[in-house]
Design a protein around this ligand. Structure first.
Ligand SMILES: Nc1ncnc2c1ncn2[C@@H]1O[C@H](COP(=O)(O)OP(=O)(O)O)[C@@H](O)[C@H]1O
Ligand SMILES: O=C(CO)[C@@H](O)[C@H](O)COP(=O)(O)O
Length: 392
């Protein structure tokens, strides 16, 4: 809403903001082929985007956050900057395989021709914004913090990190802007083809986790848990202390502040696997089991990492009985409870290890696909032992 008119004659004029649907997966990268800007600037209203843009990408399979094949590039980046902690102090995170700088370094190494044919690299968020404004959209501070390239204090690209990843990267990345920046109006393509108002403003797009922090109106002291494909835990902080575990991003609401985030890769896909094995592929049955088994699981505990976990870096399924003996399987109902309790216990332990305090007044807010499941939420509540608000 924007107020127009003088003090006496106040009117409120409503603008449509293409703002609500800006939450996209973090860390993924899109490689625009040379001369694509021209195409983007003059999209023909009679063509769908996938036809109009079909020649615009120099890499056809864009890497996404689930890729963990860049260990060598991570080592190289940390070595170039003086170590993992130095990198974390500058960019908010030690080198992570899914972080975009390392993904770009791999593209440059394995596909140098395609890299040189690329004039612009977008994140998934700035890519989506580009489609709306009909031009290359800048990367926003918050999502840009998930690249191992941005100095989160100076809010500029770090030259040493850029040079360690690939040549000519600064030009290909363009500028970075605060996450709440208005980028411009929606392009004529959207006005003509989809009937958008030509006055519709486009705000910078950002990653799903920063957008959740903004959308959930998180206050200092609150903790948010996202139960999507990945599980994440994040909070609003003022004084960042980057560590070798977890991430610090620039805050999407107040860019002088920060957000701390922990990411767990074995989230919903792991729960789906146990649901399929132990509760006839039914969430209802899964919930029945959670309701009919006691908190604490009579001392049985399990850690389930189907794929290499991010926090902590381990893989495999590890079950322990009440006598703390490692066992190879559990009865199905014990397995379901062990999974959920193990996942939420890990969140609490890792959050506390990083110094995040869960106080009596702390609100725990849950979002993401699995937050529609009251029984999973109940367990989250038991494990974090505080007031729980479900927001989406
Ligand atoms: N009733 C439910 N109980 C538990 N998990 C659910 C339920 N419904 C959906 N989910 C999970 O939500 C996940 C999708 O979450 P979502 O936030 O949409 O994903 P993303 O983070 O990729 O956008 C699915 O993988 C599914 O396992
Ligand atoms: O890698 C991270 C956060 O650092 C993930 O949380 C991605 O942002 C993907 O999220 P979903 O697929 O779970 O939405």
């Amino acid at each position: 809403m924007k107020r127009v008119g003088g003090k006496r004659k106040q009117k409120w004029k409503t603008y449509t903001y293409a703002y609500r649907h800006t939450a996209v997966t973090q860390h993924g990268s899109v490689y625009w082929r040379t001369a694509s800007r021209e195409v983007l600037n003059h999209l023909p209203a009679e063509q769908p985007l996938h036809i109009a843009l079909q020649t615009c990408f120099s890499i056809s399979d864009s890497p996404i956050w689930m890729d963990s094949s860049t260990r060598a590039e991570c080592h190289h980046l940390e070595k170039s900057i003086g170590g993992a902690q130095v990198l974390a102090n500058i960019t908010g995170s030690r080198a992570y395989e899914r972080f975009t700088g390392n993904q770009i370094a791999k593209v440059y190494k394995q596909k140098p021709k395609e890299y040189s044919q690329c004039e612009r690299i977008s994140l998934v968020s700035s890519f989506a914004a580009s489609l709306f404004i009909g031009d290359y959209a800048p990367i926003d501070y918050s999502d840009g913090s998930g690249m191992n390239l941005l100095d989160i204090h100076k809010k500029t690209w770090d030259e040493t990190c850029l040079n360690a990843c690939a040549p000519g990267l600064k030009e290909k990345l363009g500028s970075v802007v605060p996450s709440s920046s208005v980028l411009g109006n929606v392009s004529s393509y959207h006005v003509q083809r989809y009937g958008f108002s030509p006055h519709c403003s486009v705000v910078a797009f950002t990653g799903d986790n920063p957008a959740s922090l903004a959308g959930m109106r998180l206050e200092e002291g609150d903790i948010a848990v996202s139960l999507g494909t990945s599980d994440t835990l994040f909070l609003w902080i003022k004084d960042p202390t980057p560590a070798l575990e977890g991430h610090i991003f620039i805050n999407p609401v107040h860019f002088e502040d920060y957000m701390a985030l922990l990411c767990f890769k074995n989230g919903s896909l792991m729960r789906e696997k146990i649901r399929d094995n132990c509760s006839s592929a039914s969430w209802e049955e899964f919930s029945n089991i959670l309701r009919s088994t006691p908190p604490g699981n009579n001392g049985h505990i399990g850690f389930f990492f189907d794929v290499m976990e991010i926090t902590p870096q381990v893989v495999g399924i590890h079950r322990f009985n009440a006598k703390n003996q490692k066992v190879s399987e559990f009865p199905q109902d014990v397995e379901v409870r062990a999974l959920i309790e193990g996942q939420f216990m890990a969140k609490r332990i890792y959050a506390e290890r990083l110094g995040y305090k869960i106080l009596p007044q702390t609100k725990i807010l849950a979002t993401g696909g699995a937050s529609c499941n009251q029984d999973i939420l109940q367990d989250l509540h038991c494990n974090l032992q505080h007031q729980l608000l479900q927001t989406l």
